[in-house]
Design a protein around this ligand. Structure first.
Ligand SMILES: Cc1cc2nc3c(=O)[nH]c(=O)nc-3n(C[C@H](O)[C@H](O)[C@H](O)COP(=O)(O)O)c2cc1C
Length: 205
């Protein structure tokens, strides 16, 4: 279902009463934009045995990415590294910390071409207070220059950490809007859909 179909009736009524100037303040209108959701999730960047895959069929950030795409009609893209992380969680955290400290640029399997899009949701798990370095690889390409970027993250307590500062520094030629943060262990609960819809309705593009 597209976001424009789920606007509350009262919001539409207020918008009609106040005229078109009010409607932009009521909700984002994605129908007049070409929108993409670009996300990263550990589930797609780990070697993953059968047991692990069964337990984690969809990553937390991926789950929110799918909700956003469903509500806005956006196209979905993900970043996947050439070299996957090991299955051991502690090892992943140590490798990720070293990558961040070294300013690594992990090679990507594919570099999504978002040239046709003007609005891009950028979703990542909070890693050591920032985004996984695969995003740094992508940002370096300049692919998001001139676009409106809407961040979202899943985390286990840090919310965005310092990632929004990092994001704005890495994307000086993009317009970065306020984002959406959700605890990863709650991200796949059923109330996430309503929270995402509310977040999208409040956005002013
Ligand atoms: C390498 C690594 C570093 C992490 N660092 C943080 C952190 O700094 N702060 C935090 O709140 N959560 C941290 N987490 C937890 C993840 O952000 C959280 O589990 C997230 O929901 C995972 O999303 P995903 O399933 O899409 O990969 C970290 C997880 C990993 C694997």
């Amino acid at each position: 279902m597209k976001l424009r179909n789920v606007l509350p009736a009262c919001a539409l009524a207020v918008s009609c009463l106040l005229g078109s100037a009010a409607s932009t303040a009521v909700a984002a209108d994605f129908s007049s934009h070409k929108t993409a959701v670009l996300y990263y999730t550990l589930a797609q960047n780990r070697i993953g045995g059968d047991d692990w895959q069964q337990e984690h069929p969809v990553g937390n950030t991926e789950y929110l990415a799918q909700l956003i795409a469903k509500d806005t009609g956006a196209d979905l893209f993900s970043l996947v590294q050439v070299k996957p992380y090991p299955n051991d969680y502690d090892e992943v955290t140590e490798i990720a910390r070293a990558e961040q400290q070294q300013g690594a640029r992990p090679e990507l399997k594919e570099v999504p071409d978002l040239s046709a899009y003007d609005v891009v949701f950028v979703g990542y798990p909070c890693w050591w207070g920032s985004y996984p370095m695969a995003f740094a690889t992508y940002f370096d390409t300049g692919a998001l220059n001139g676009k409106t970027v809407i961040p979202f993250t899943t985390h286990e307590g840090s919310r965005f950490g310092h990632s929004l500062t990092d994001l704005k520094a890495a994307l000086p030629q993009s317009k970065v809007l306020d984002g959406f943060a959700k605890r990863g262990s709650d991200a796949q609960d059923e109330d996430s859909a309503a929270e995402i819809t509310e977040f999208l309705q409040d956005l002013e593009l």
